[in-house]
Design a protein around this ligand. Structure first.
Ligand SMILES: O=C(O)c1ccccc1N[C@@H]1O[C@H](COP(=O)(O)O)[C@@H](O)[C@H]1O
Length: 220
């Protein structure tokens, strides 16, 4: 079985970073969105990115960020990728990619077949896609809501670019999600928390082990 690359998103403390670094996770995500319980100031995020070991890719998650915010983030800390989780157009994705010289992962919300056209359109502009559950209309957050979508919608898809499965993944369902969708990368935030914005080191470990099929089976 090929390696599964895991992203743990929404880290808020140095202990969170250490918990992720102690696993085989490939990416650590840092959220810059004031409405999120996982939001970080730039100095906080700088401390966390500097605490992350080499080999753990550091991803900054932004939502419809302007150049001033992106300039401030990218100048303050070492990063390996930008995750765009708002309504950025393909043109804006291409612009950000060119301006910052970092790989860009564009989040696409999926609820039904009508949303799949975006996957093709954004494949041309972004380095990677993040396929997430579409947030409900009244949601405060565009992601990080712990909601799944119908994985069968992407199960048979042929992909032009690397992609990551997200949305409501947990230590209990991630192996089945990978089996059904053939995803090679997965992303989780609320599924490894004990409360909003509070990461649980045991859940992080269980999630990575379940995703990578490494370690003891999970007791349900
Ligand atoms: O985690 C957040 O607070 C967040 C805020 C704004 C946009 C995206 C956010 N998180 C991303 O949402 C998906 C799914 O999260 P969950 O596992 O369902 O909680 C994931 O890609 C996070 O990176």
């Amino acid at each position: 079985m090929p390696d599964i690359r895991v992203k743990i998103c929404g880290l808020r403390t140095v202990d969170d970073v250490a918990a992720v670094a102690a696993t085989k996770a490939a990416y650590a995500g840092f959220v810059f969105f004031p409405k999120s319980p996982r939001h970080l100031s730039i100095p906080q995020a700088r401390e966390l990115t500097l605490a992350a070991p080499l080999g753990l890719a550091k991803v900054a998650l932004v939502v419809d960020a302007d150049d001033a915010l992106l300039d401030a983030i990218t100048e303050a800390m070492p990063l390996d990728m930008l995750q765009l989780h708002g309504h950025e157009t393909p043109e804006r994705v291409a612009e950000i990619r060119a301006r910052y010289g970092l790989p860009v992962m564009k989040a696409i919300g999926v609820a039904d077949e009508g949303d799949l056209a975006d996957l093709l359109e954004y494949s041309l502009a972004a380095d990677q896609l993040l396929v997430d559950a579409k947030p409900p209309k009244n949601a405060t957050l565009p992601g990080g809501n712990g909601l799944t979508f119908d994985w069968r919608l992407v199960a048979q898809r042929r992909w032009l670019k690397p992609w990551m499965l997200a949305g409501g993944l947990t230590p209990q369902n991630v192996a089945e999600a990978i089996r059904l969708t053939n995803a090679r990368q997965v992303d989780v935030s609320s599924g490894v928390e004990s409360g909003p914005g509070v990461k649980d080191p045991l859940k992080i470990r269980m999630f990575v082990e379940a995703a990578t099929q490494d370690g003891p089976p999970i007791l349900r």
